[in-house]
Design a protein around this ligand. Structure first.
Ligand code: DHB
Ligand code: MG
Length: 221
């Protein structure tokens, strides 16, 4: 019942105020047809990301974990002409699908999907003249969140916003009896945030069509 209520409220505000471009629905349909798990962010959270990009005046975004390009499209929607988004995806087939999905839009910004191991690609970025990103969205392999955080900080400037998805997972992160690689990764991630005086952060719990979950919002100083 509770979850049905969360879903109904999401749907109400989706139809009333978010009113997403129909191409977001098309992306979701393409992902389902391709057999991808339905684990992308929701439309209501996608709009939040778009608005954050706009209010920050972000011009460069890094995303870790493209999946079918759904969150990528929402983030890119907020970028201005001349903006740039790089999304990292390990699975080549998912990257191809994501590129097709992103091609449904005419973004003002340049949007690229890079195939390969995110830790490898981020490490390479730190060695070249990659300018710091304004916003980094971490949504890849949960066990690797500590490494993503370390590299994200290296690819940041004072004021960069780092957002991490799935930091609550129906409370699983706090069930100390079941230790999974994801749980260990997310716990260590927050211990690192806590120990770094350069990071100001909060965890924002969410309920909705995706159940009970949460995002970490971290600002680098
Ligand atoms: C999973 C991964 C995600 O990024 C997500 O948003 C939900 C679930 C998963 O691997 O189960
Ligand atoms: Mg996620």
């Amino acid at each position: 019942m509770t979850k049905d209520l969360w879903k109904a409220i999401d749907k109400n505000y989706l139809d009333l105020i978010v009113k997403p471009d129909p191409r977001f629905e098309q992306i979701q349909q393409n992902c389902v047809e391709a057999g991808l798990p339905t684990i992308s962010i929701s439309n209501t959270h996608g709009r939040l990301f778009e608005l954050l990009v706009k209010v920050m005046g972000a011009k460069s975004i890094l995303e870790i974990g493209t999946l079918g390009g759904f969150s990528t499209a929402w983030l890119a929607s907020g970028l201005p002409f001349g903006g740039k988004l790089i999304s990292l995806e390990r699975d080549p087939e998912r990257a191809i699908l994501a590129r097709e999905n992103l091609n449904l839009f005419e973004f003002k910004a340049k949007v690229e999907v890079w195939v390969g191991d995110a830790i490898h690609n981020m490490t390479e970025m730190t060695k070249i003249d990659q300018p710091p990103f304004d916003l980094i969205f971490i949504d890849g392999e949960k066990s690797q969140y500590p490494d993503y955080l370390d590299l994200s900080i290296q690819l940041s400037r004072p004021g960069t916003l780092i957002i991490a998805d799935n930091v609550v997972r129906h409370g699983k992160v706090y069930n100390k009896e079941i230790e999974s690689p994801s749980q260990i990764g997310i716990t260590k991630f927050h211990d690192m945030v806590a120990a770094d005086p350069k990071l100001e952060a909060t965890v924002f719990q969410t309920v909705g069509e995706k159940g009970h979950d949460g995002f970490s919002f971290i600002v680098v100083s």
